[in-house]
Design a protein around this ligand. Sequence first.
Ligand code: NAD
Length: 251
Amino acid sequence: MTGRLEGKVVLISGGASGIGEAHARVFAAEGAKVLIGDIQEKMGKDVADSIGITNSGGQAAFTALDVSNEASWNDAVKKAVNLYGKLTTLINNAGIGMAGGVTTESQASWDKTISVNQMGVWYGMKTVIPEMLKAGGGAIVNVSSVYGIIGSPGMLSYHASKGAVRLMSKAAALEYATQGVRINSIHPGIIATPLAKSMPQAFLDDLVSKTPIGRLGKPEDIARGSLYLCSDEASFVTGAELVVDGGWTAQ
Ligand SMILES: NC(=O)c1ccc[n+]([C@@H]2O[C@H](COP(=O)([O-])OP(=O)(O)OC[C@H]3O[C@@H](n4cnc5c(N)ncnc54)[C@H](O)[C@@H]3O)[C@@H](O)[C@H]2O)c1
């Protein structure tokens, strides 16, 4: 099936790489007009340009976006509306992972993780929802993690931020349920992206061994879940959490 996002305009944070890039490609192929927002300008522009070339009718552009800065979100939202006339869809995907335990994480690492992973998601919803209301409704997917559901040692601020994203999504979903804006969270397991590839091989092997399907996920596995959540097929789905983890948290 194609055209499942025909008529939608999507802003994808962190769309220059990994899971965000996969969203840009899948969403454009399904008929959405795409604006990629990222701090990595060259990579983001290259992804947008290649979508124009590889997907017939695909439409994508890039804007500089630092999700930890509310003014930067305001600029990105304005750019989406100027370019495409409206904004209907948000993938709050940009995120970072910092190692650190209860007594070992530095204040700087904690502050950085919370400002990107948690405050970035809030600023995204805060700046985009007014445009969705003007457009008559919209859909938001906030990218959390299985680490927003279960714990692990040594990634304290990451768990704090991803757990917050899970509950911020439900709280916001309830706030906007009667106004046509649906908000859901998605929870990837271990996915083969540059972020994952930067982790030590033994750590990755351990995570794969915990994954019943027995492999790393692909970025497209996550984008295809969000595709459903952002399409009109999911018009009765809000405040839900979609776990895409190869069975990891079913155990
Ligand atoms: N890869 C995994 O195994 C995995 C698992 C669970 C959840 N996630 C989540 O998925 C999301 C995407 O991760 P990924 O694996 O594709 O990582 P990635 O590093 O490949 O991509 C992340 C993108 O976010 C961008 N970014 C970082 N800080 C930013 C900021 N302040 N403003 C705007 N953009 C910024 C980066 O430039 C990059 O393009 C993250 O929220 C991550 O926590 C990933």
